[in-house]
Design a protein around this ligand. Structure first.
Ligand code: KG4
Ligand code: ZN
Length: 416
């Protein structure tokens, strides 16, 4: 076994098959992601059976690619880390089974990683790489003056499957990378990325919807459609029950502060109503036919002219208003939670953290409040395996290994 502290991370929880080699949780030697976007785009969302099949196809070449890109062989690897949940059952099964077989065959320890903790470590990995000055990709962490790393941070994990707020506390001081988590807030229904994807589908765009909405919102008037978020109250009949979402089942919501709970299914329905009332449905269907016609290769537009060629100003205004409302709600609750918990630092991660308006508005508001906000680089924001290998490092150091009975848990919770 080498002494380099090399962890091979494997991620297959949703629609990306990914493998990466990370040294000591702080230096990415390789990160390979095989995206299934082309497979799922026409369905407007991830089809679980297709995802499992694509993972089966991709996992061997992706792992080989990650080893080759890092310039190492399996003999150089010290441990295998794998996403054990939450995620799609069949998708998790492929990664977990492959990782167990590889660990057994190589006589290597196996580390099980929670996908949500992985997303949080995407920001931490990025910060460590910046501080070591070895990040080959331009840094997008927005603040230079980080508070000491032994302070608690508020983490917003915002993706297609999750919208969770955690208080993340470093367990043993600055040098140790072990963190503990407590759940502070979460969505009661759809995740924010899910709302992006459903609204995009409704308007005739492809999957994933986030990049389309992100690109188009710049050309619309965010005040055109006044979407309101009502304050969410913890309903008595939900006391003691877990929220109804496809993501992780965590603590009953009754003991969470209702000010830190999210709900994104209402705004999705409001967009649907707007589309119906304004007779925009046929126009959206015609766009879908155009975008998904054989040979069509349209990506999100880069200029107002391209945007207007794709949809009328009224739809651009609707998109801008939708995004403005969602980002506003994420901001309101995240900053309220940070203030209430005394966190001077906010980590924002997950696919939606790639959103330009979200980054700009969080950064401006954090500066106004004297707080520090950090995001991962764009490639670390969406699903990847470098974050899984980075999250595994402290567990590897403390000998927290999984055995061959490990199985994927679609509802794996993080924190209490
Ligand atoms: O983290 P991720 O790759 O997978 C999950 O764990 O869910 O996140 C994917 C989600 C999708 O819902 C996608 O639409 C959204 O992230 N997303 C974005 C952007 N890029 C990806 N949402 C808003 N703006 C973006 N630029
Ligand atoms: Zn994710």
């Amino acid at each position: 076994m080498s002494t380099r502290g090399l962890i091979l991370g494997i991620e297959s929880s949703c629609d990306e098959t990914a493998a990466a080699v990370v040294e000591r949780g702080s230096r990415t030697l390789s990160s390979v992601v095989a995206s299934q976007i082309a497979t799922h785009a026409r369905y407007g969302g991830v089809v679980p059976e297709l995802a499992s099949r694509e993972h089966l196809r991709a996992i061997v070449p992706v792992v080989r690619g990650a080893l080759a890109q890092a310039g190492v062989t399996l003999a150089d690897i010290d441990a295998i880390a794998v996403t054990a949940g939450p995620g799609l059952a069949g998708a998790l099964l492929v990664g977990v089974t492959y990782a167990k077989a590889l660990a057994f065959a190589q006589g290597l320890p196996l580390v099980a990683v929670n996908h949500l903790e992985g997303h949080i470590h995407a920001v931490l990995l990025n910060e460590r790489e910046i501080s070591k000055n070895c990040d080959p990709e331009r840094s997008v962490a927005e603040s230079k003056d980080l508070p000491p790393v032994d302070e608690p941070a508020l983490a917003l994990v915002v993706s297609g499957g999750h919208t969770h707020l955690f208080l993340a506390c470093p367990a043993h001081g600055a040098q140790n990378q072990t963190w503990t988590y407590s759940l502070v807030g979460r969505t009661l229904d759809d995740a924010a990325g899910e709302a992006y994807d459903k609204v995009a589908k409704l308007l005739g765009f492809g999957y994933p919807g986030g990049p389309w909405i992100d690109a188009l919102a710049r050309f619309g008037n965010p005040k055109a459609v006044p979407f309101a978020f009502s304050q969410i109250k913890t309903k008595l009949h939900l006391a003691g029950k877990a929220p109804r979402t496809k993501a992780a089942i965590t603590a009953p919501i009754a003991d969470l502060d209702s000010h830190f709970l999210f709900s994104f299914s209402g705004i999705k329905t409001a967009v649907l109503r707007y589309v119906e009332l304004n007779n925009l449905r046929d126009e959206a269907q015609a766009r879908a036919l155009r975008l998904f016609a054989p040979g069509a290769e349209a990506g999100p537009p880069q200029s107002k002219k391209e945007a207007l060629a794709l949809c009328p100003q009224q739809v651009l205004d609707l998109i801008a208003s939708f995004q403005c409302a969602v980002v506003g709600d994420l901001m309101k609750k995240s900053f309220a939670a940070a203030e209430s918990l005394g966190a001077r630092r906010i980590l924002i991660t997950g696919g939606v953290a790639a959103n330009r308006e979200l980054r700009a508005r969080f950064t401006a508001e954090a500066a106004r409040r004297g707080l520090c906000v950090s995001f991962p680089t764009l490639s670390l924001s969406t699903d990847n395996a470098a974050m899984i290998a980075a999250a595994a490092w402290p567990r590897f150091q403390s000998g927290e290994f999984a055995d061959q009975s490990l199985s994927g848990n679609p509802s794996l919770a993080l924190g209490r």
